[in-house]
Structures are given as C-alpha cells and as structure tokens.
Design a protein around this ligand. Structure first.
Ligand SMILES: Cc1cc2nc3c(=O)[nH]c(=O)nc-3n(C[C@H](O)[C@H](O)[C@H](O)COP(=O)(O)O)c2cc1C
Length: 215
C-alpha cells in the first residue's frame, strides 16, 4: 500500500544504548512490514535524546501541571500523542527493562501522562530483545504500562521477543520474527479500523476521566 502524507504513523521508542544494536535491527525490520500495510514507521532513539532521570522533588504528586525539567521528554511525548500506534522496543538488562526506557517511562508517566492520559486509544506493541533471561517480565511491565495509559493492545499470539544468546543476530530468531509480523499485522489492522470508524461515524472511543492519582 503506498504511503501518503496522512498515512497512519507508528512511533517506535527504542530503549537500547546501542543505536546500531540488536533492538535497533529488529525495529528497522518493522519498517517494510508496516509500509506494506500502509503505515509509516518513525523511531525515537532514546540514546540520542537529552533525558535526565526523575529528581527528588516529587512535585508531580501534588500539582496539576507538567514536569518542570527542561529536556527532550516533552518533545518525545508530543510525538507519541501525534501517533496512531506506539511500540516500546527494549533490551533486557539485569532481568528487567533497560534503564533508558525505564527512565523515559518514569519521566513521561508521572510528569506528563498521568494528568489526562493523552495516549488513550493508541494501538500499542512491545518488542523485547535479550540474551536469554526475563523477556516476559519486561513484556508484562510494558503491557501494564500501556494499559495504565488506556492504550489498546491487540492480541496477536506469542509476544515479540528475541533471544540473542551466543551472539545470534536477533532476526535469526524465526519464532521472534513470526511473532513480530503477527503483532505488526494486527496493530496495522486495528489502526486502520479505528481510523475508518472515526471517518465513518465521526466518533472516537470514549475514555473515562477517572484518575489513578492518589487523592
Ligand atoms: C547491562 C546489561 C545487562 C543485561 N542483562 C540481561 C538479562 O538480564 N537478560 C538477558 O537475557 N540479557 C541481558 N543482557 C543482554 C542483552 O539484552 C542482549 O545482548 C541484547 O541482544 C542487547 O540488545 P542491544 O544490542 O539492542 O543493546 C544484558 C546486557 C547488558 C549490557
């Protein structure tokens, strides 16, 4: 399907320090697969952004305004808000989510997303790359985070995880590749369905205004 100026966009947030590493290779492979389905892939390489960790102020627990730290996080959040779909792609580090993506999730979550959940109804996907251990722990965390943000997760079979033990290139993991293709296929289908529904009926899926913030 040819890409047009207003084609749907999926933004992949890459949480590896290695800008040309295994996670980046998997994300690169998504471009053609999405394009075949009329969806454009854009990427945010967190390693190339200016991003600091949450500080000790705790101010976002009490105020209704956004985080005051001056770095690239608000620009990335705006890109996600403009997207139709979002993929978090990350290596496993220390049995968990690698720190760049963890930092982004913390900063974006409490500093920007908790107020009015602007990522609601974005179609979500998760890619996890690691040598051998704890991929599913990371998948679960990221799924929960997407659910918290009222995103839409479309079941597509096994999760898109890639094992790279013994230096195996991630795309040699045939089962991972099959799961990734199934995920992208379902994400694109859901994105188009939502868009067509909105065009036909002029209405988006409603989001309740209840808040998870402690009162
Ligand atoms: C600091 C660090 C911690 C790691 N911890 C794990 C781990 O707990 N489980 C695992 O399977 N792989 C672990 N790995 C291996 C990476 O996840 C794996 O090499 C991955 O393919 C790297 O992806 P990248 O090239 O995108 O960074 C670790 C790697 C590093 C550098």
């Amino acid at each position: 399907m040819p890409l047009l100026e207003d084609s749907p966009v999926v933004v992949a947030v890459i949480g590896s320090e290695r800008t040309d590493g295994d996670t980046a290779a998997v994300v690169r492979s998504c471009e053609g697969l999405l394009e075949e389905r009329g969806v454009r892939l854009e990427t945010v390489m967190l390693a190339e952004q200016t991003m600091v960790a949450c500080g000790p102020c705790g101010g976002c627990n009490f105020r209704d305004s956004r985080c005051v730290i001056d770095d690239d996080v608000p620009t990335i959040v705006e890109r996600l808000i403009s997207a139709d779909g979002i993929i978090y792609a990350v290596p496993v580090h220390g049995f968990g989510t690698a720190s760049l993506l963890q930092t982004f999730i913390e900063r974006a979550g409490v500093g920007y997303l908790r107020f009015d959940r602007p990522l609601a109804n974005k179609v979500g996907g998760v890619i996890v790359v690691g040598r051998r251990y704890s991929h599913l722990d990371v998948v679960s965390q990221l799924y929960h985070n997407m659910m918290l943000n009222r995103m839409l997760l479309v079941g597509s079979g096994f999760p898109a995880i890639f094992t790279t033990e013994a230096g195996r290139p991630p795309l040699d993991d045939a089962e991972g590749v099959a799961a990734l293709e199934a995920m992208l296929d379902r994400m694109a289908e859901a994105i188009w369905l939502l868009r067509e529904h909105e065009q036909a009926f002029g209405r988006r899926m409603k989001v309740s205004d209840s808040s998870e913030r402690a009162s």
